[in-house]
Design a protein around this ligand. Structure first.
Ligand code: SF4
Ligand code: SF4
Length: 433
């Protein structure tokens, strides 16, 4: 195979011809709206990929437009020709990553982050422990008072202000691996805990388990599960994403369950596309397909089980900021709204443009901070128009980003931002009999 042919395969050159340049995707694209450049629109990006595959542009030309893409997939839902933009984007990221000249230090940092840090239970526990110590020892207050937190790189000081309070290391390590209801269960599920979700948003994971139990399900937590690989795939580390997918498929197929549940829109979108990582007709593709069939967001299963009955009315107005990956990749849109509407006393006011990304997008808001804040400002205008007392989200990244938006608008204390499962638990659902 020639070098050009190999490059075209990686870039999914054949798929770029599905784009008929109609421009229907332009109004849906947040980066086209905020950056106002054709190269930073879905159509422009696809064109550039095609030009690189034909040798008419360089990988260098592609780098900035692709790195500025949120990967929100809003363009795919409005595209009349069903262009597989997600595959084109991941291919482009892989090619850019391969050709990037990196210093030894950058290589080592990436290697550590993607191969050791995210996939490791131990490192995630350490992250949780360190955050807990930072928050409870007085260090956080000191760093904020003295301005020391501002010297942290990549605007991390902005995000540490909005981190949830961490439970103690003891509490996190005491979690049991199998939750069996005292009465016979109607449904058996395995819970995908996520890496960041299970360290920084541990309480939301606990609430997810509790909601499943109260809905009558038996819950298992396969110990050998790992990070979903979304961050790896989004940064062009396809091989690592494939390895993580294999590890998760193996871990979950050991248990006979009805569903594999997740509560993070971004992770769920990766899990539900595991079959795309393997060649059709291979054993791994078949195993991935069986895995994918069982993947569900927590909201879908709670609606399906239909047992939740709440004891405590919540007297508040909330709005819902859906995760782009949950909407545009998983196709889950109605279940979270249905659950919110079921809570007595909650008034749901929908956003004008719920499908407009909040700017979180994995690590986008860390590596492209200024651009992410421009997008967040658009989102917050919409939120302020609704004037809610609470924002409900379904993904950890969106949750932090929306908290940051609230903080930037000076609305801390007036608008509370929570994960859907936390709102549901606040209304104290009864245990199914
Ligand atoms: S909507 Fe689809 S076909 Fe039309 S320009 Fe956008 S990507 Fe191309
Ligand atoms: S994925 Fe989102 S940011 Fe990227 S081109 Fe599509 S709509 Fe625009």
């Amino acid at each position: 195979m020639s070098n050009l042919q190999a490059l075209q395969d990686k870039l999914h050159y054949d798929k770029t011809f599905d784009c008929v340049q109609c421009g229907y995707c332009l109004p849906a694209c947040p980066t086209y709206e905020t950056m106002e450049r054709e190269t930073h629109s879905p159509r422009g990006r696809i064109n550039l990929v095609k030009m690189v595959a034909e040798g008419k542009a360089t990988v260098n030309d592609l780098e900035n437009p692709i790195e500025k893409c949120l990967g929100c997939m809003a363009c795919t839902t409005v595209c009349p020709t069903n262009v597989q933009y997600g595959q084109i984007l991941e291919g482009a990221k892989e090619v850019i990553d391969e050709q990037k000249v990196k210093t030894k230090r950058q290589q080592k940092t990436e290697q550590f982050l993607f191969e050791q840090f995210f996939p490791s239970r131990k490192w995630m526990d350490t992250l949780g422990d360190a955050t807990w110590f930072y928050q409870t020892s007085g260090l956080q207050k000191l760093a904020q008072r003295t301005g020391l937190s501002k010297v942290a790189p990549l605007h991390i000081s902005e995000f540490e202000k909005v981190l949830p309070s961490m439970p103690s290391p003891n509490k996190r390590r005491q979690r049991v691996k199998r939750y069996i209801r005292k009465r016979p269960s109607t449904t058996k599920v395995a819970f995908f805990t996520g890496c960041i979700m299970d360290s920084v948003f541990f309480e939301s994971n606990e609430n997810t388990i509790e909601l499943l139990l109260r809905s009558g399900a038996e819950v298992l937590i396969p110990e050998e599960q790992s990070c979903c690989g979304a961050l790896h795939a989004h940064t062009g580390k396809t091989e690592s994403a494939v390895e993580l997918a294999k590890q998760n498929i193996e871990a979950f197929e050991k248990e006979q369950v009805d569903y594999i549940i997740n509560n993070a829109g971004g992770c769920g979108a990766k899990l539900i596309e595991y079959d795309h990582l393997f060649e059709i007709g291979t054993e791994w593709h078949e195993r991935a397909e069986r895995f994918v069939e069982k993947v569900k967001d927590i909201s879908e299963v709670l609606v399906e089980l239909d047992y939740l009955e709440f004891s405590t009315p919540l007297n508040k107005t909330v709005t819902y900021q859906p995760s782009c990956h949950m909407t545009n990749v998983q196709g889950v849109t109605e279940a979270p709204l249905e659950l919110i509407k079921k809570i007595p006393g909650v008034r749901l006011k929908e956003l004008d443009r719920p499908d407009f990304c909040c700017g979180s997008a994995g690590v986008y808001n860390i590596v492209n901070y200024e651009d992410a804040m421009d997008i967040l400002d658009v989102k917050m205008k919409d939120v302020c128009g609704v004037q809610p007392e609470g924002i409900v989200t379904s993904n950890p990244g969106c949750l932090l980003q929306m908290k940051l938006g609230v903080e930037r608008e000076g609305l801390t204390g007036k608008i509370d931002t929570v994960h859907l499962v936390d709102l549901l638990m606040e209304a104290e659902p009864k245990m199914v009999q």
